[in-house]
Design a protein around this ligand. Structure first.
Ligand code: NAP
Length: 258
């Protein structure tokens, strides 16, 4: 499998490294604007290039990881190399119709908007896939890539935006909870390093517990809330401060152009 990652920054780079871990035999070539960006990829045994078109020509799958405002221009540059290939755009926030317009006549065998999160580097992403065009076979290939680097879900455009808020921006939201919990832990007397370790392991443990038991979060919460006990007092104090409302407001803070 030959993959070109055009724009190997935070997201493109994490995707390249996750795919390299999942598919050791794949030939993955990363591009960027500056040679310095690419050093960490060559150090990890990936190929690198400053020539987007040459990298795309060599690939069967082209992954676009540039910033949204650069996407149209870079796609225009890649156009002569796209025929018969699969394009995976990591670019968030571009309406599907606009992407289809940019790609019209390019001869791609399949085009997908794919929103992973940064945990893809460690093969723990939750990745949402929206098909712009393609066949059952190209979709199978794309799912195979993102199931091997975490979990994937194929969704319509509306749910892609919801998934992006929940799982991609959601990484930052979850980390902000960890930071808040750690700050509280320090106020209660833990050392900062202890508090972060405790907050992280607790979030990880809660996720493992819920997944293993297949239950609703509230069912597990019921198991740890002794009537009149400290857990329910803590939960109620958090709700009084607007915890659930704040999370939902954060998820709804961005609305797509259409
Ligand atoms: N970060 C996330 O969690 C996340 C999540 C989902 C989707 N996304 C999407 O991912 C895309 C990239 O975001 P990011 O946060 O990864 O940005 P980033 O870290 O700035 O990465 C963008 C990369 O593109 C490279 N680049 C710029 N112009 C280029 C060109 N003409 N040809 C080739 N490479 C070029 C840059 O190279 P240099 O470093 O050499 O300048 C940089 O490495 C965005 O469209 C965003 O919507 C990001």
């Amino acid at each position: 499998m030959k993959i070109a990652v055009i724009g190997a920054g935070n997201m493109g780079g994490a995707t390249a490294l996750g795919l390299a871990a999942a598919f050791p035999d794949a030939r993955i070539c990363c591009t960027a604007r500056h040679a310095s960006t690419l050093e960490k990829f060559s150090a990890r045994g990936l190929q690198t290039s400053l020539d987007n078109l040459a990298a795309a020509r060599e690939a069967e799958i082209v992954i676009l990881g540039v910033k949204p405002w650069l996407a149209q221009g870079v796609l225009q540059q890649l156009r002569p190399a796209l025929s018969g290939k699969i394009l995976i755009s990591l670019v968030a926030g571009i309406p599907a119709d606009e992407m289809r317009g940019w790609l019209a006549g390019s001869g791609l065998s399949g085009a997908y908007t794919v929103i992973p999160n940064l945990a893809i580097e460690y093969r723990e992403s939750m990745t949402f896939i929206h098909e712009l065009s393609g066949t059952p076979e190209t979709l199978r290939t794309v799912r195979m890539l993102f199931d091997a680097t975490g979990r994937s879900a194929v969704v319509d455009e509306k749910r892609l935006n919801a998934g992006m808020m929940l799982a991609s921006c959601g990484t930052a939201f979850a980390l902000r909870y960890v930071r808040a919990a750690a700050e509280g832990g320090v106020e209660l007397g833990l050392y900062p390093r202890e508090a972060i370790e405790a907050a992280l392991q607790t979030v990880k443990g809660a996720a493992v517990l819920l997944e293993a038991r297949g239950t609703h979060p509230e069912a597990e919460i019921d198991r740890v809330t002794t009537p009149g006990g400290i857990t329910i007092k803590g939960l109620n104090a958090m709700e009084e401060a607007g915890f659930t409302a704040a999370v939902i407001a954060g998820l709804k803070a961005w609305s797509p152009k259409k």
